[in-house]
Ligand binder design. Structure first.
Ligand SMILES: Nc1c(C(=O)O)ncn1[C@@H]1O[C@H](COP(=O)(O)O)[C@@H](O)[C@H]1O
Length: 133
């Protein structure tokens, strides 16, 4: 059982993922970290999403950042997108995750802001806890 899934599109996104996990480490929630690209490993991504019981996803990617949107298309659970400034200052990735078609939402945070991706995921989990109590 795991509360939060952190997925990055490439090992090259690791430093931004670390900003998220530094925050998650100090929380009471559990998390797992995966490197899976929607573009490069679509089948692996599908099978991972259908197997994990994470309640919320943090999807981190640069360039043409399909990853958060593809995750959102495969689960009804919330997806927080973190755009990475690999090129174009990260504007390409930000727009890729912000401009999702209606019905497939990704909640994007600021460019390279892995910490806020984590804080937002924690707020979702805290809300679930409050409702259950
Ligand atoms: N945006 C995506 C996806 C995806 O969306 O599936 N897969 C990899 N990438 C991004 O490509 C950039 C360069 O990746 P490499 O350094 O591996 O060439 C990374 O920022 C990654 O998130």
């Amino acid at each position: 059982m795991v509360d939060i899934s952190v997925i990055m599109g490439s090992e090259s996104d690791r430093s931004i993922a670390n900003r998220a996990t530094s925050v998650l480490e100090k929380s009471k929630y559990t998390y797992e970290v995966m490197v899976i690209s929607a573009h490069r490993n679509p089948e692996e991504l599908d099978s991972y999403i259908s197997s994990t019981d994470a309640k919320v996803f943090i999807a981190i990617a640069g360039l043409s950042a399909a990853l958060p949107g593809v995750v959102a298309s495969r689960t009804k659970r919330p997806v927080v997108g973190v755009p990475v400034s690999a090129k174009l200052g990260g504007l390409d990735a930000l727009l890729s995750m912000a401009q999702m078609p209606p019905g497939v939402p990704v909640g994007s945070v600021g460019i390279d802001n892995g910490a806020n991706g984590a804080y937002f995921a924690l707020r979702i989990l805290d809300l679930i806890d409050t409702i259950k109590a």
